[in-house]
Write a protein that binds this ligand. Sequence first.
Ligand SMILES: Nc1ncnc2c1ncn2[C@@H]1O[C@H](COP(=O)(O)OP(=O)(O)OP(=O)(O)O)[C@@H](O)[C@H]1O
Ligand SMILES: [Mg+2]
Length: 307
Amino acid sequence: MFDLLVIGDANPDVLVHGAPDVPPYGQAETLVGGGVLALGGSAAIAAHGAARLGLATAFVGLVGRDAAGDFVLDALSSVGVDVSRCARHATLPTALTVCLNRPGGDRAILTAPGCLAHVGPEHLPDSADVAARHVHAASYFLQPRLAAALPAVLRAHRASGATTSLDTNDDPAGQWKLAPGLAEECTFLLPNEAEALALSGEATLSEALTTLSKPGCVPVVKRGAQGAVAMREGTVVHVDAPRADPVDTVGAGDSFDAGFLAGWLDGGDLTYALALGAACGALSTRAAGGTAAQPTLTEAQALAQIP
Ligand SMILES: Nc1ncnc2c1ncn2[C@@H]1O[C@H](COP(=O)(O)OP(=O)(O)OP(=O)(O)O)[C@@H](O)[C@H]1O
Ligand SMILES: [Mg+2]
């Protein structure tokens, strides 16, 4: 039995630091401050973070039979994530992302989705073949075929006793529509603040929390340097962000997800889960990319502001 099964996206991230706001075209070569090749994809970063925290973790999704696919699966395997059930597309390429990072944390994200748009339920193992205590899905809007099937996929895992979570991340199409019945199958929704407002259609965080919790799930909203906030049974629980001096914030939300879920799986205390998530998010910003600075459980607990 795995502690955590992560369903979703994996791609190399090419992280560029110190690029001009609008890179000049006309075949102009522009020298920049730095470039890093890192494991990317919200699901992959979360799976990597969970394994760093000591959770027995499996990752499933779809990558290509190419060097980028080898790179992401090797990166996950190197920390002990089980990728043996991850599917590989025979012809389409693995997704690829280029991030142009600004000082202060903002970034432009260019993603070639490759085979991501093709991932569907046929690429996932049967819930009976991969038992897990918790199932987490990510990058919902980048995987439309998987998105349509997700309510049934999560329902099957819940029927086997798992709890579930969804980090939609951004919707590049700006539609922000979840499949009917999906929120009802999520124990936790893990958006950032902008995503929470867009998903709920509300103008304020407080209204968004109320609306997102209506289907019976617990919304957990990530707020960057302002920490995170959750609502359970009408009660709001908040955690401050530990102080950080970010190199970049790529993957902070996914590292938060890993920490939150590790905290949740270690006793089911929402306040502890939030504190561990915030510590993991903050610590992940110490290095370029989403995974290089993800903490061990001991490091995360040392920083977590546990009341
Ligand atoms: N500058 C920061 N200082 C301290 N903690 C931070 C900072 N940025 C992020 N964190 C921590 O990481 C968590 C998640 O970050 P954020 O709110 O940026 O999520 P996100 O927008 O989903 O990120 P992602 O780009 O990975 O999807 C925050 O709730 C916070 O606890
Ligand atoms: Mg996010």
